[in-house]
Design a protein around this ligand. Structure first.
Ligand code: GRF
Length: 205
């Protein structure tokens, strides 16, 4: 049952779920006020993040995509989110593109985290792309999801310095530490409602 007056998060994931765990920890520690996780959904039944959600006593549901059209699969996810009264959707390593119907069902209420300083290095293996490009500053971005990949309005970014000793794994690990801080902070900002969007710019009131 949703606690009255609390924001209800729906988390979508496909993998290990470290960002989900960071969000859940931040809620438990009171760092994301007035918010609870209503449901965790994965397109993969064996996603470790789903097991982690179940272990925490959260609603954890697999909605597998195999053999189904994207719009139909997304519709089932939308219905499940609605059934749990979700008002903010957090993509946390969810490895599927959303249909436009999904995006329109939650306008400016879907967040994603991406392990690069967008608009640099959208798409897969962003940390490797940044490393190979030779950037000196890398990082992560939390943004609203729109119909283009890794493209919506940026809520916040956190940077890390690339050192000469780095390899893609060490760089990814340092970016991940920042991702965990960034996602909790972005959710806190968005649920506070204390912002407006001007063009592509997210501005705090
Ligand atoms: C993270 O690097 C996130 O930025 C990207 O997918 C990865 C998910 O990792 N979108 P985890 O499952 O949250 O550990």
């Amino acid at each position: 049952m949703a606690a009255p007056g609390k924001h209800q998060l729906g988390v979508l994931l496909s993998g290990r779920g470290s960002n989900f765990i960071a969000i859940a920890d931040a809620i438990d520690q009171g760092r994301i006020p007035n918010t609870e996780i209503a449901v965790v959904i994965s397109n993969l039944a064996d996603a470790p993040g789903l097991t982690a959600a179940r272990d925490r006593g959260l609603n954890a549901i697999a909605i597998e995509a195999k053999g189904r059209k994207r719009a139909e699969h997304d519709q089932e996810i939308i219905s499940t989110l609605r059934a749990h009264q979700v008002d903010l959707v957090c993509l946390a390593g969810y490895m599927r593109l959303l249909s436009s119907g999904f995006i329109q069902a939650f306008p400016q209420r879907i967040l994603n985290i991406h392990p690069s300083l967008l608009p640099a290095f959208p798409g897969l293996h962003a940390q490797q792309q940044a490393f190979d490009y030779g950037v000196k500053i890398a990082g992560c971005t939390v943004h609203f999801v729109d119909e283009e990949l890794d493209h919506g309005v940026i809520i916040l970014q956190r940077s890390v310095t690339v050192t000469e000793d780095d390899d893609p794994d060490s760089l990814s690990a340092r970016i991940l530490v920042e991702e965990h801080k960034a996602y909790a902070e972005a959710i806190t900002r968005v649920t506070s409602g204390d912002y407006h969007i001007v063009g592509r710019r997210y501005l705090r009131k």
